[in-house]
Structure formats: C-alpha cells, structure tokens
Design a binder for this molecule. Structure first.
Ligand SMILES: Nc1ncnc2c1ncn2[C@@H]1O[C@H](COP(=O)(O)OP(=O)(O)OP(=O)(O)O)[C@@H](O)[C@H]1O
Ligand SMILES: [Mg+2]
Length: 454
C-alpha cells in the first residue's frame, strides 16, 4: 500500500503547504487515518503512541472545517475549543495551531492560570477562532462572563483520559454542557484506561475509534531498562549516570515537588547543572526552566508529572524515572518524552523495594517486560529477587521494611499535576467518581484533586 500524502487526505491546499512548511512531509498513521475521519465530521476517539503527531491529527482537520463553515469570528465567542491538562501543554498546542492557522488568517488565544488574565481577556474580546485552554482558567473566565462557548463548532480534549480523570472531570463535564450539542468532538491520547473509556464514550456521538496501536503501547524505539536500587541511594545513582558522557538531553521525573527540589540541589552539589519544573514554581520560573531545556542551554530538567504528558522537546535522548509512578499510564507518557517523531531514545527507571509492585503493574499494562540493568555500582539484587517473588503471586515484598502490598504511596503519590490546583481552587472530585468502581480505584491511585494542573 502506498503511503498517502497530506494532499490525499482531503485537506485544503493552504493547510497542506503549512504542514509541509512545519516539516510534516508524510502523514503519520494517526494523521493518515484520523484526518479523513475528522474531515467527514465524525466524532473521534484517537489513540496513538506518544510523539506520533496527534496534535496535527486534530488541528489540521479542525482548521479545515472551520474555514468551510463560514461562521464569523465574534468577540468572546471562540469557534473551536481545545482543552489541555497543563499550562505548558496548552501553550505548545496553541503554538502548533498557530503555525497552521496563521496562513488562513485565523486567530487563536491560549488561556491558562499562573499569569495575569488581562491580556487573555483582551484577546478574547478581540475575537478568536480557536481557543486553547486549561480548564481552571477557562472556568474562571466563564464565570466572569468574559466568553461564552455557545458558538463552539469543534471541541477537542487533548490527553483525553487525563482530562476525564478525577482532577478535571467535573469541570470538563460543566464545560461540555456549555458547548452546543451539535459540536464536532475529538478526544486524543496515547492511553485510555478501560474505566475512563466509558466516560469518554459519553462525550462523543456515534464516534469512530481510531487506534493505531493498542492503548498504552510505548514506542518500540525506546530502549527501556530498570535499575534496582535502594531508595536512599537513588540520588547518588542519578549523579553517577548523569556523569556518563552518553547521557545527553535528559528529563528526570520525580514523584513530588519537594523531591524535585532536592534532586536539583543534589545535582548542583555534584557539579551537574539542572533546573526543576513543578507546580509550586512561579509561571515565570516554569517557563525559564522549560525554555532553557528546549533550547539546549540546559541538558537536565527535573520535573514532576506536570511535564509527563504531551510536552514535545526536540532531541530528549533519555528519560530517567527516579521514582516509578503508581499509575502505569503515567509511565507510558513519561517515557514518551523521548523517541518522538521517529527518533530513538532511552528510558531508565529506578526501582526500590516499595516500587516493585508498580513495576509489575507497568509491565502488565504495557504488555512488555522491562530489561534489567544490573551493571551499575548501586545494583541491589534483593530487590530483583523480590520482584520475582511478587510476580509469582506472593504479592509481598520480603525486604520492604514490613510494609504490606499497597503500601505507603498508593493514595498520595503521583499528585504532581493532579494535586496542584492553584490558589486554593483545588477541589475534591469525589462525586464524579462514584460512577464506577474502576474510577474509585483510580482515584486512590492518582490522588484526585486539583482543577488545573499548575
Ligand atoms: N507528519 C509528520 N511528519 C514529521 N513530523 C511530524 C509529523 N507530525 C508530527 N510531527 C512532529 O512530531 C512531534 C510529535 O508530535 P505531537 O506532539 O503531535 O505528538 P503526540 O502524538 O501528540 O505525542 P504525545 O502523546 O506525547 O502528546 C512534533 O515535534 C511534531 O512536529
Ligand atoms: Mg500530544
């Protein structure tokens, strides 16, 4: 079968040219399948691996359809709405939209928390075609009647499973009610846990599910390995690895904001320059950290899961999980910061006694065994043994200091983005979770909480 070109997909010439100019030569599989479906007006659930061009798969047909619909751009009444879970991702998606929208003379705005609302309000009042937003600031501006959503023709949830998870779902449901029922809706993600898929289905009308690869499949080109190390030696192991010349552009993920700060300090003491990115930092500091990492001025970024989803930084060679996430999908997104757009990359995960069960969960969800790297000076063979015992069904951790399975971090970790609603606006999203038991389980695992990932 010959590969289609962007022109073959039915997109307007101006968009084909804009895509080519952006370096999109041949459509990726999710673009090849998703764009024609979206152009036909079908609601979509698009599942494709990290870094395989989902942004273009929704942005291009969205703009094509907006250009044909012939509706006017009115003040405070966007024609398309894209929601994203973090400020950084909203900004990035808006930049991509802008690349395609500019030649069509379409206007966009991006609204998110952590900065003054005045410029955002001013751009909305001037009139925009496409609005990219994080839910928290959008809700604020809706409550202030700065904008209405009654003329939204296309509604997109990027990182859809995250947007329908407990930290956001109530706001998303409220926002969706304000968008006309006749809207065209598109949901995209690399993961879609079963307990969220039902909720996703309820947002869509007669949807087409386009699944390029099974959900939660990490990109094959990521060389994944796990290093067994005691908790107290992880930072020393990290410094040891980062001194190896083959580690280039590296993003390090840690569970907590405090953990991120401590790692950055430790690295600096070891003469390794690194910046931290988490929800307690000012928006200015967040931007500087990400920009210096993107530009290559800084080769190590240490982040909470705030940076796990969607963020597209050219040339990240390594992802290091200093802590393993307790939600397997988070692992898939974290490691997907490398090996994007056809490149290769490596993901190195540290695993202590207490994380063995997370590792087993991750391997089950991704349907892959992660290679064990014992060739480092901090290797702990007992942890390796405890994994074998755990997999055999014992469920226990012989050397975990007496803790039972389901130990200390189940309820509280991974709050990175979820628990960082700003200015005390975080909410407990409990009632929305009562829909099913799976959601309840996820709540315990992901923490629930904040309405905007700060
Ligand atoms: N058709 C294409 N040809 C070449 N490069 C592309 C193409 N489509 C997208 N890209 C590039 O691939 C990279 C990843 O795209 P994108 O961020 O849309 O991936 P994604 O599927 O949304 O990933 P994630 O699941 O992490 O959000 C970007 O740098 C983008 O510019
Ligand atoms: Mg994306």
């Amino acid at each position: 079968m010959t590969q289609p070109t962007f022109a073959d997909l039915g997109l307007a010439d101006i968009l084909v040219r804009a895509a080519e100019k952006a370096g999109y030569e041949t459509p990726t599989p999710i673009q090849a399948d998703g764009i024609p479906a979206a152009l036909s007006g079908r609601d979509l659930l698009g599942i494709a691996q990290t870094g395989t061009g989902k942004t273009g798969a929704f942005a291009l047909p969205m703009l094509h359809r907006l250009s044909l619909s012939g509706t006017d751009r009115l003040p405070g009444k966007p024609r398309a709405l894209i929601l994203a879970p973090t400020r950084e991702l909203a900004i990035q998606v808006a930049q991509t939209v802008n690349v395609f929208a500019r030649p069509m003379n379409m206007r966009y705005a991006v609204i998110h928390g952590g900065v003054s609302q005045h410029p955002q309000v001013a751009s909305l009042r001037r009139g925009v075609d496409v609005l990219v937003a994080t839910p928290g600031r959008l809700m604020d501006l809706l409550e202030q009647r700065v904008l209405t959503l009654d003329r939204v023709e296309t509604f997109v949830l990027d990182e859809a499973d995250r947007m329908l998870d407990l930290g956001f779902v109530k706001d998303i449901q409220k926002i969706a009610k304000l968008v006309p029922e006749t809207r065209h809706t598109m949901l995209f993600s690399a993961t879609m846990p079963r307990e969220i898929a039902g909720l996703a289905g309820s947002m869509l009308r007669d949807p087409q599910r386009i699944e390029v690869t099974p959900t939660s499949t990490p990109v094959e080109r990521i060389d994944q390995s796990v290093l067994f190390v005691e908790k107290g030696r992880k930072r020393a192991l990290l410094a040891h690895l980062l001194k190896q010349p083959e580690l280039g552009h590296t993003i390090v993920f840690a569970r907590t904001k405090h953990g991120v700060d401590r790692i950055v300090q430790h690295l600096q003491k070891s003469d390794i320059q690194a910046a931290g990115l988490h929800g307690d930092k000012s928006q200015g500091a967040r931007r500087v950290a990400l920009d210096s990492f993107k530009s290559g001025r800084l080769s190590v970024l240490v982040a909470t899961d705030i940076a796990a989803r969607g963020i597209d930084v050219d040339g990240i060679s390594h992802v290091i999980n200093l802590d393993l996430p307790n939600v397997p999908e988070t692992y898939v997104h974290r490691i997907g910061r490398t090996a994007r757009a056809g490149r290769s990359g490596a993901a190195i995960s540290f695993c202590d006694f207490e994380e063995v069960e997370y590792l087993v969960d991750i391997e089950a969800t991704t349907r892959q065994d992660i290679k064990i790297d014992a060739e480092h000076p901090f290797h702990n063979a007992e942890i390796a043994t405890s994994k074998v015992t755990y997999r055999k069904g014992g469920g226990g951790r012989p050397k975990s200091g007496g803790q039972k399975s389901g130990g200390q971090n189940r309820g509280g970790q991974n709050r990175g983005p979820q628990g960082q609603g700003q200015g005390g606006r975080g909410r407990n999203e409990g009632s929305a979770a009562n829909a099913n038991a799976g959601m309840q389980k996820r709540r315990r695992r992901s923490g629930g909480g904040g309405r905007e990932a700060a």
